[in-house]
Design a protein around this ligand. Sequence first.
Ligand code: IPE
Ligand code: IPE
Ligand code: MG
Length: 236
Amino acid sequence: MDVPNHVAIIMDGNGRWAQKQGLKRSAGHLEGSKTLEKIAIHAKKMGVKVLSVYAFSTDNFKRDKEEVDYLMDLIIKYFNTKFDKLAKNGIKVVVSGRRNNIREDVKQAIETVEEKTKDNKEAILNICFNYGGQEEIIDGAIRLAQDLNKGLKIDNFKREDFYKYLYHDLPPIDLLIRTGGEYRVSNFMLYQMSYSEFYFTNTYFPDFDKSEFNKAIFTFQNRDRRFGGINDKKSS
Ligand code: IPE
Ligand code: IPE
Ligand code: MG
């Protein structure tokens, strides 16, 4: 059975997971970060080549300063400690998102982890942080315009050609998972999800374990992907 090449997860429900048990929202984010480590290693073992995760959106700055600060501190702590384990598992970490308006220490931690894991070849973990899907397309369009000014010819520009103007040149998303029970994409990887299969679960992200992940993969394997064509094998 085909394993999806690129899986993306909107890791939602951390806050509600914590509130349900009378804890502060931050406890949910901490637990979610532990879940992410487990899922990243498991996904690689299953044969997934690229795992993209939504860790902090450009719109998440609308939250209380206390929560935003906690999330900024958490990503630094995470990159400085837990990511050695990902590195040892052959996982290359890349971070997608805007860097101009984030704290200097967060920027440093991102650059260090990207540098430390850059030669890893087994799988890619793409962490979307201070990320917006529309922002990514706008930033790419600006870079394309700059290349045009330098003389780039675009008579034959195809949709595949735009990937190299995105934050990282990653393949299209095969399977998009959203935990936490909401049915929306919240400005996640809009360009890359044009033909993704969607999988929604009510499970809050901290509870999203290996068996939940496997269930999503199994569902994907039973979908009939047609990409606008007709699948002779499955239609009758
Ligand atoms: C997702 O969990 C993580 C981030 C957005 C940082 P939430 O914090 O959105 O959790 P809920 O949706 O409020 O439960
Ligand atoms: C999406 O979740 C962003 C992340 C998971 C980082 P949100 O909780 O921010 O999305 P909305 O507000 O429910 O659309
Ligand atoms: Mg949420």
